[in-house]
Design a protein around this ligand. Structure first.
Ligand SMILES: Cc1cc2nc3c(=O)[nH]c(=O)nc-3n(C[C@H](O)[C@H](O)[C@H](O)COP(=O)(O)OP(=O)(O)OC[C@H]3O[C@@H](n4cnc5c(N)ncnc54)[C@H](O)[C@@H]3O)c2cc1C
Length: 452
């Protein structure tokens, strides 16, 4: 059983899971969160209301024994329902194999279950409304301010782990000492932002559209998506450029908003009685990618989750990757015990290529979601991938490798997946009669081309 004390900054998705796992290993954990106690106070922090949870995330939940608690909070989404520009919709399964699907889960409920478990464990102290304001990297000492009393307090233990999200204060302390640490940092925002809207339940409390799909309205330069919630509603997200002819800036009157939706997403209007109200009340938020390295300083502090690698949401993997961070850190603790410097160094060396890979994949998937899901060649490739997954155990599409193959590192998924996609697109371009494709022969051609 381990001994020692860990300070965790941020009780969001990564920090809560981390606190549980560290406590299970025997560490004393003090975790500080700037929000009020979200077990009792509903806070909408402007982040997405629901999230897609997939196999890498489940591994983290299984590791701490929370999978059975979270499963009833999930709605399985077996595929994408693509709402075409010309009207009509078509369904595209995520995988050809049963049991491979993603899950819609409420961010708030997930976070509550995790912090409830953490707070109930011996050795865990949770402080809410307490904001980290700076970290002394060499000493591993974090300074906090209580947001109600204004009181300042210091936490020191063996190490400080920053799971304080994309705007991490720990990371800012590293930036401030970048010359000494050799710290590299980049932050790239998209020209698109997102706004959350709602499809409420129907009059009898039921779902107005298919609840077992992630709905997408791809429109080339922008898109709308919808994920189901347990109460019969859907959280709808509009991804749109901030500026330009079709942009958040251009949609500045109720008439223009309605005209835009009538032109682009007519089928959804009857399901969104509160469209104008939601549009006015909910912010248009930024989306970006944060890359930095090293993630640790002086063997005393470490960044994890979005604090180390915030990504755009188009692969539905940010939280999944953050949970996988906890699984990998746990493996490093198995190997290097209480030698925190070794744990942190091996963690960052192992994990950085995977974090970079999922960051790049998430950007690629933006193109795929907003444009390619409406492209006939992409749809043919997808159909043939599903058939191969059904018939050939060794085949997984790039999407399946990223989403359902927690045994495969993101960095392997990207290198195999990109090459495989290029080969498949080439082979699909040569298909004249999609109905007559011999799938076993197609797979043999695919394997041969992959070797070239
Ligand atoms: C629109 C959108 C959709 C998304 N969809 C998905 C999805 O479908 N699937 C998926 O896997 N991921 C998704 N993500 C990504 C996911 O939200 C993040 O990757 C995940 O929340 C990262 O967890 P985290 O704990 O590292 O950071 P966060 O969840 O941001 O948690 C950080 C915590 O630290 C606290 N904090 C911050 N600063 C301080 C401070 N100074 N002192 C104390 N506390 C502090 C915050 O209040 C917060 O509780 C999405 C993101 C967005 C924006």
């Amino acid at each position: 059983m381990a001994t020692g004390k860990v300070t965790v900054i941020g009780a969001g998705l990564c920090g809560s899971l981390l606190a549980i796992r560290l406590a299970q290993r025997g560490y004393q954990v003090e975790i500080f969160e700037q929000r009020p106690d979200f077990r009792t106070v509903t806070t909408y922090a402007g982040r997405s209301i629901n999230l897609a949870l997939s196999d890498r995330g489940w591994e983290g939940l299984k590791k701490v024994g929370l999978d059975a608690v979270i499963a009833p909070l999930c709605i399985p989404m077996h595929g994408r329902m693509i709402h075409a520009e010309q009207g009509g919709q078509h369904y595209a399964a995520y995988s050809g194999r049963p049991g491979e699907y993603i899950n819609s889960v409420s961010r708030q409920q997930l976070n509550i279950e995790m912090i409830k478990k953490a707070a109930g464990m011996p050795g865990v102290d949770v402080h809410f409304q307490t904001r980290c304001v700076e970290v002394d990297l060499q000493q591993g000492r974090a300074v906090f301010e209580h947001l109600v009393s204004g009181e300042r307090l210091e936490a020191s233990g063996d190490v400080v782990i920053g799971t304080d999200g994309a705007g991490s204060v720990l990371r800012k302390s590293m930036v401030a000492q970048s010359a000494e640490l050799g710290f590299n940092f980049s932050q790239e925002f998209l020209s698109h932002g997102y706004k959350e809207l709602t499809i409420p339940p129907d009059a009898s409390g039921g779902f107005r559209i298919d609840k077992h799909a992630l709905h997408i309205w791809p429109r080339g330069g922008f898109m709308l998506i919808a994920l189901p919630n347990l109460d019969g509603s859907f959280t709808v997200t509009l991804f749109l450029p901030f500026e330009g002819s079709k942009s958040f800036q251009a949609l500045d009157t109720p008439e223009k908003i309605m005209a835009f939706f009538r032109e682009e997403f007519p089928d959804v209007i009857p399901h969104m009685p509160d469209l104008l109200e939601d549009f006015a009340n909910n912010p248009a938020s930024m989306l970006g990618t944060v890359k930095c390295f090293p993630w640790q300083a002086f063997g005393k502090t470490l960044l994890m989750g979005d604090a180390a690698h915030a990504i755009v949401p188009f692969y539905g993997q940010g939280m999944n990757a953050s949970f996988e961070d906890v699984v990998v850190l746990d493996q490093m603790l198995d190997q290097y015990g209480d030698n925190w410097e070794a744990v942190f160094n091996h963690f960052q060396e192992h994990r950085k290529p995977d974090a970079d890979a999922i960051a790049d994949l998430a950007l690629d998937n933006f193109e795929e979601m907003k444009a390619h899901t409406a492209n006939p060649l992409f749809n043919l490739k997808h159909k043939l991938e599903l058939q191969m997954e059904q018939q050939i155990p060794e085949f997984s599409s790039k999407y399946s490798m990223v989403t359902f193959r927690e045994d495969l590192r993101y960095s392997e998924a990207i290198s195999r997946g990109r090459k495989q996609d290029a080969v498949l697109m080439q082979l699909c371009a040569g298909v004249t009669d999609p109905g007559a494709v011999d799938i076993l022969q197609f797979f043999r051609d695919f394997k041969e081309s992959m070797l070239k």
